[in-house]
Ligand binder design. Sequence first.
Ligand code: F6R
Length: 261
Amino acid sequence: VTEVIVVGSQAEAGELVARSILRLIGKKPDAVLGLATGSTPLPVYHALAGLLAANPVDVSRVRGFALDEYVGLAPENPQSYRSIITREVVEPLGLNPALIQVPNGAEATAEHAGEEYERAIVAAGGIDVQLLGIGTDGHIGFNEPGSSFESLTRVKTLTRQTREDNARFFPSPADVPVHCVTQGLGTIRRARRLLLLAFGEGKARAVAGAVEGPVTASNPASAIQLHPKAAVILDEAAASQLANLDYYRFVWDNKPPWQQL
Ligand code: F6R
């Protein structure tokens, strides 16, 4: 089942997801988090930092795996996902950097980066909760349209659309790397829980396809329909093309108290 939750603001989404993650850490202090980068998860990381500052919880044993990394950016490049995870997640939350892994985007060893990452995820006992954003083309991680639903971490080629979408973070569009190492749809599907967030009109079509469209590699995010515990947290704009919106609101308004996000 995909649970669809529509909230009033990005901050509200961040708060909701952050509280869910903190409940997990309370139950399992060495929880394994799947960490997304990009703009979408930032409200979650901000809310987590705020909640932790107000009410300290021991996060020293929390483990994490980033979803993806660009190939060919040095780890210290400010746009590498290693840098971004350090800046936006590890430092503000006070996580132990040694326990937070990011795929190795070094060009010379990219061919083997996927297997290595999969071994590390398995050794950690798998991912407890995977945070996801969604691309305007329906990608999750950097699994572009056509990705196999069984795929594991590997090198992928970004679509032109994704490179254009991400050009805002780089000095010029030509600086956006062509390749990445990304968890596969199979890797993502193995996570025990999926929390996909999306904000803004630009995501509405991809979201509607992912939640209500056919399960198809043409919209990789539709893989969430195959997951037993997936939730999608949206603002009004990102939810605007969903056909069954009234029903999702009704479900949320009538959620049994024992069934928290
Ligand atoms: C990021 C990732 C991507 C993004 C997606 C949306 O680690 O894997 O799937 O979640 O491209 O990006 P934003 O959030 O910047 O709109």
